[in-house]
Ligand binder design. Structure first.
Ligand code: NAP
Length: 582
């Protein structure tokens, strides 16, 4: 692993390969890998945490570069794995408790560490991803066997079916032959296709022997523990549970009774598959950072409260034009749902204020990035920085836009250029630069464009603005068709009259400055009287993304205009002829 310092820790007849990153004076975070993996599964998360923490990873015995116990049988019991963990912790953080993070079997064994007496005082917190405690699992099965209501029996059968590979791993020799043969060769491709794990330098060359040795993790522990789960497996440190909702191996229901075992439990969910440290390193690192910081600060971890917390918590959301109006309200609504927010606006101060408000609203991280969406080069620089510093977006909201009113004959080419540059080209740049990376990542995502009811309701007073918005609506529809096979949804949100600052900055053509100012004031007053709040548009945006809707008119007049354009186009054209009196 790049930049890591390595050392060896001897314990119980094996030598463990331990890697460290970051400043040892900072809080220590120990990352424990699962099956069939080595510590490299954590490399993407580790580098993201290294700036703020002392990060420690080790190859579990028999995996990666750590040596294997002899004989193998009986060499992988949870008691021995706990000895290893304590030996590593004694070496890397002798005086302070560590923050423990486990994925898959790394989490299964970490549950043991955090629930046995001899580690008390050595663990400050535990983040568990995709790996239940075998004791809790045993009690979960018992409870369902004792009272098998149809729902509970269904849960039992559901998890039983997901555990097919556990039965196979208990057969002698076969798993070893498969892993050292064809399965070991095909595994990287299987991970890429079925689990959407990006290719590259993971998994490492040690995979066949990791997988063969790791079979003993199951054989040495699973049956015995599930039959006789410990009655006192209570966690002695706060636990953050991250549950991927599309895990092919573990049912979400497994954690239903967890509050009974964990007095201080923070739950997070993610709409992804099993290999979260590889597919969502930004999100995982952000949650670990937030949890560790809150535990060390003696505060409870901030919990997302918004209606869509389940859907958006931890997701990376970028909103353009976030310095005011609909953009700011949307950024805050995503923040309330626990998302990580990048607030983009050409007004740096306004963007910074939105980021601050987002943090106060519960964002799992919020940053301000000044940029003009109509400036292609600036957008390229922005995309590069965002991808490098915060990761690939889960949701992009192309919101930045400007108003332009006045007849076609009074609209200059310069006026056209300005409105198309921001309202259309801004959206094109956003979709191209951020959408491409979303598609490349292969984990889905969502793109929102804030169009307008003017996209489908013609008006003699808004030819340029309406044209820009109609183009945005069509772009959204085309993009939706193109990106659907990649699991990326595209939504065009079409508000009517919303009480924001857009009227105060809109350009009115064909009139002198004094008249333009008067019209701005008058339209601001009318929008104020209409008083439809941008927060309601923000709610519509989150609802639309959650439900993956294609076109969403917001406000009653936008809905009415949509119906007219589809079912009474002649009436719609009549309305277009009405000259607004400003
Ligand atoms: P707003 O209050 O004026 O907010 C727009 C924000 O975008 C402002 O902070 C603005 O900054 C920023 N912005 C403008 N041009 C930009 C650029 N080139 N690069 C980066 N940021 C830029 O307006 P809003 O009503 O919330 O509008 C948001 C979106 O909703 C727009 O696309 C608009 O067309 C659409 N919409 C609004 C209504 C409505 O009734 N309000 C109706 C339908 C659709 P500055 O303040 O510096 O200009």
């Amino acid at each position: 692993m790049k930049g890591a310092r390595e050392r060896w820790v001897r314990t119980g007849g094996v030598e463990l390969c331990v890697a460290e990153l970051g400043d040892p004076e900072r809080p220590t975070v120990v990352l424990v890998h699962g099956y069939p993996d080595s510590k490299e599964v954590w490399s993407e998360v580790a580098v993201r945490l290294a700036g703020r923490f002392h990060v420690v990873l080790y190859d579990v015995r028999g995996h990666g570069r750590s040596t294997a116990p002899r004989p193998l049988r009986g060499g992988f019991t949870l008691a021995k794995l706990t000895d290893d963990f304590l030996a590593v912790v004694d070496a890397v953080s002798p005086d302070r408790p560590v923050h423990l993070v486990g994925h898959d079997w790394g989490s299964v064994q970490s549950w043991e560490f955090v629930t046995v007496g001899r580690t008390e005082g050595r663990i400050a917190s535990f983040t568990s991803i995709s790996g239940p405690s075998l004791d809790h699992f045993g009690h979960w099965i018992d409870a369902r066997l004792k009272r098998p209501t149809p729902r509970r029996a269904g849960q039992l059968l559901g998890q039983g079916a997901k555990s097919w590979y556990v039965y196979l791993l208990h057969t002698p020799v076969l798993p070893e032959l498969a892993w050292r043969g064809p399965l070991g060769k095909r595994w990287p491709k299987i991970l890429e296709r079925a689990e959407r794990v990006p290719g590259g330098d993971y998994p490492t060359g040690s995979l066949p022997s990791d997988a063969a040795h790791g079979a003993w993790l199951y054989r040495d522990n699973v049956r015995a523990r599930l039959r006789r789960p410990r009655p006192d497996a209570y966690a002695h440190a706060p636990v953050q549970l991250i549950t991927p909702r599309q895990d092919a191996f573990l049912s979400e229901r497994l954690y239903d009774d967890l509050d009974r075992w964990v007095p201080r439990l923070t739950r997070r969910t993610l709409p992804v598959k099993h290999w979260v440290p590889r597919t969502r390193p930004d999100q995982v690192a952000a949650w670990i950072d937030q949890f560790v910081t809150s535990v060390d600060g003696g505060r409870p971890a901030p919990a997302a409260t918004g209606r869509h917390a389940d859907r958006f918590a931890g997701q990376l959301v970028l909103v353009t034009g976030a310095g005011s109006g609909i953009g700011r309200a949307t950024a805050i609504a995503f923040a309330e749902a626990g998302a990580r927010i990048v607030a983009v606006d050409r007004d740096a101060e306004a963007a910074a204020r939105t980021a601050e408000l987002a943090r106060l609203a519960g964002a799992a991280g919020a940053w301000a990035e000044p940029a003009d969406v109509s400036d292609e080069q600036a957008m390229e620089v922005l995309a590069e920085k965002v991808h490098h510093q915060y990761g690939v977006l889960d949701v992009l909201v192309n919101n930045a836009g400007i108003g332009l009113a006045g007849s076609f004959l009074t609209t200059t080419t310069d006026d056209w250029r300005k409105v198309l540059d921001v309202n259309l080209w801004g959206v094109i740049h956003g979709c191209r630069l951020f959408g491409a990376r979303m598609a490349e990542r292969g984990q889905g995502g969502h793109i929102v464009t804030i169009a307008s009811a003017a996209a489908y309701q013609p008006s003699r007073a808004l030819p340029a603005y309406s044209t820009s918005k109609a183009a945005v609506l069509m772009l959204s529809e085309c993009l939706r068709a193109e990106l659907a096979p990649r699991g990326i949804g595209v939504t065009a949100v079409c508000p009517g009259f919303v009480n924001t600052g857009i009227t105060a900055t809109a350009r009115f053509t064909g009139v002198d400055e004094a008249e333009e100012l008067r019209r701005r004031r008058r339209s601001a007053r009318l929008y104020g009287l209409r008083n439809y709040p941008p927060e309601k548009v923000a709610t519509a945006v989150l609802d639309a993304v959650a439900a993956d809707r294609a076109v969403v008119p917001v406000t009653p007049e936008a809905k009415a205009a949509r119906l007219l354009s589809r079912f009474a186009p002649r009436l719609s054209r009549r309305i277009a002829r009405v000259e607004p009196r400003l």
